[in-house]
Design a binder for this molecule. Structure first.
Ligand code: F6P
Length: 539
């Protein structure tokens, strides 16, 4: 069954939400808390080691019910079933969307075109596991007989951001191998990484689903040339492995057939860290940790698939986000992890959220006249408190924010953890309550600066409080956001799993690149022509 094609703005619940918005727009959350002593409990979901408090939002039970009605009216339940059943819900590319199969137990069944894909997934996982063990234990050696010390992941977008974020987030669990990531076509990136490497002890993992991506192939070729300055052609088989669906192109790059880790077209790039694209994760911290990451995501998949929408974490977070995006017209959302380990999390989410839901044509092929994908940004707390929080607290924009924190610290320094957590809790309290004129006066503030010290408050936040940062809890957290993306795409009636918007720039770049080598230049607007000539003359 294809995905439903319901215009959300034509639903009864949307109309109810529009009317309701007019009433609630001027309500302060402070009053909602004062009126209902049970508010926090009503709007909190506890699940496994997660405590998700969404009570500090500009919602009432009435709002929440209308949002839940919206989920029903757009047939979210059917859409979830379609996704998990392997239907080709990525209709514009004719593909199933089954990243959830990658983290399911081996005895699960997921069918694509009538074939159960689990045995194939299991085979690749076994290959990842034994390769990881051989590299980590030093059984596999480089061309001079030394064990590997460094891993370089060469990829971009989904072939870089997911593994890079996970390796950064879980660095506490890392082994002795040093992991590097090369993504940008900017030669300075690859050259800075090369400076840190010895060719004879470095393993290169070239990750590209299509194996046609300019950045990845350029970086892989530059690294290969550098490698061949000290090593022989045969040594490539020991030092280069690839993850791709395009086996022929990998082989013509020179990578040994045995060193290819396959992936499948039913895994979207930005949802692929659970596949062999996560090989560098497995190498960095061992297969068991990689497997625990997958298990965590699988637990969240089950929660998403089976839990009533009212207590379904990804569904609730998606609905609240739609509420702000489409009714309050909030332009962006912030994600603030109260853990330095999560410093790449917002960057990773940017691709997931904005490449998926940055669409302006609906599933009928018609132009959309309502808002879709949110802008996403963020940095860890407490650093961000000293950077952009001023604007969230006292600026003119409404910026709903997710606060993600952990009860336990990994290094066990309770003094730091208490200070960190006190900030984590204080910020959402301050954003909720603000500070009134009376409070400012009561502090003995000089009359001339009273207006500047008033905080309106009423700034919405979700608090995601997790027991501890582990591979499993990170897997759950990532899966929450993946499913949130899907739910929002369903509500907005868009296709979340294609990304045609990135193609035009790529095509024009290859046209311009050719023009650098000729005296004539093609047909461009005058601005681009001037810039092109400026570069040609000076470079
Ligand atoms: O940015 C476009 C995109 O196609 C992403 O969706 C993808 O993750 C990235 O490029 C890299 O693609 P590939 O893995 O094929 O090199």
């Amino acid at each position: 069954m294809p995905l439903p094609t319901i215009n959300p703005t034509a639903t009864q619940s949307w109309k109810k939400l529009q009317e309701h918005y007019k009433k609630i727009n001027n309500v302060h959350m402070k009053d909602l808390f004062a009126q209902d002593s049970d508010r926090a409990n009503k709007f909190t979901i506890t699940w496994d080691d997660f405590y998700v408090d969404f009570s500090k939002n500009r919602i009432t039970e009435e709002t929440f019910n209308y949002l839940l009605e919206l989920a029903d009216e757009v047939k979210l339940k059917d859409a979830i079933a379609s996704q998990f059943s392997g239907e080709k819900i990525n209709q514009t590319e004719g593909r199933a969307v089954l990243h959830t199969a990658l983290r399911a137990p081996n005895n699960a069944e997921f069918y694509v075109d009538g074939v159960n894909v689990m045995p194939e997934i299991h085979q690749v996982k076994q290959k990842i596991e034994s390769f990881t063990n051989d590299v980590v234990n030093g059984n596999l050696k480089g061309f001079t007989g030394k064990p590997f010390t460094d891993i370089v992941n060469i990829g971009i977008g989904g072939s870089d951001l997911g593994p890079a974020m996970v390796v950064e987030s879980l660095q506490y669990y890392k082994n002795h191998l040093t992991t590097h990531f090369v993504s940008n076509v900017d030669g300075d990136h690859v050259n800075e990484v090369i400076k840190k490497l010895n060719p004879d002890t470095t393993l290169f993992v070239v990750v590209s689903k299509t194996f046609t991506t300019q950045e990845t192939l350029s970086n892989a070729n530059t690294i290969k040339d550098w490698f061949l300055k000290t090593a022989s052609q045969e040594a490539i088989a020991k030092h280069f492995v690839a993850v791709s669906t395009n086996i022929e192109s990998v082989k013509s790059f020179g990578i040994d057939q045995n060193n290819i880790f396959p992936m499948w077209d039913w895994v979207g790039g930005r949802f692929s860290l659970w596949s062999a694209v996560g090989l560098s994760i497995s190498l960095a911290m061992g297969y068991n940790n990689f497997d625990n990451l997958l298990n965590g995501a699988h637990k969240m998949d089950n929660h998403f698939k089976t839990e009533n929408f009212k207590t379904n974490i990804p569904v609730v977070l998606a609905l609240i986000s739609v509420w702000y995006n489409n009714f309050f017209k909030a332009e962006s959302e912030a994600v603030i992890g109260y853990s330095q380990y999560l410093n790449q999390f917002a960057t990773y989410l940017q691709q997931g959220i904005m490449e998926s839901n940055g669409k302006s044509v609906d599933r009928n092929g018609d132009a959309i006249d309502y808002e879709t994908g949110t802008l996403i940004w963020g940095e860890p707390g407490t650093n961000s408190q000293h950077a952009f929080f001023q604007l969230i607290h006292q600026g003119t924009k409404l910026i709903p924010a997710d606060f993600i924190g952990f009860v336990k610290s990994l290094h066990g320094n309770q003094d730091h953890q208490d200070k960190l957590t006190s900030n984590f809790l204080a910020q959402t309290e301050a954003l909720l309550n603000g500070k009134s004129k009376d409070e400012v006066i009561a502090e003995g503030t000089d009359a001339s600066i009273i207006p500047f010290k008033i905080f309106k408050g009423n700034k919405p936040t979700n608090t995601i409080f997790i027991n501890k940062l582990t591979p499993e809890s990170l897997g759950k957290l990532i899966a929450i956001y993946e499913h949130k993306i899907f739910v929002q795409g369903i509500i907005w009636n868009i296709f979340s799993y294609d990304q045609f918007g990135v193609e035009l720039g790529k095509q024009l770049a290859s046209k311009i690149l050719k023009e650098f080598g000729t005296s004539a230049i093609g047909n461009h607007d005058s601005s681009t022509s001037n810039l092109l000539n400026y570069y040609k003359n000076l470079s």
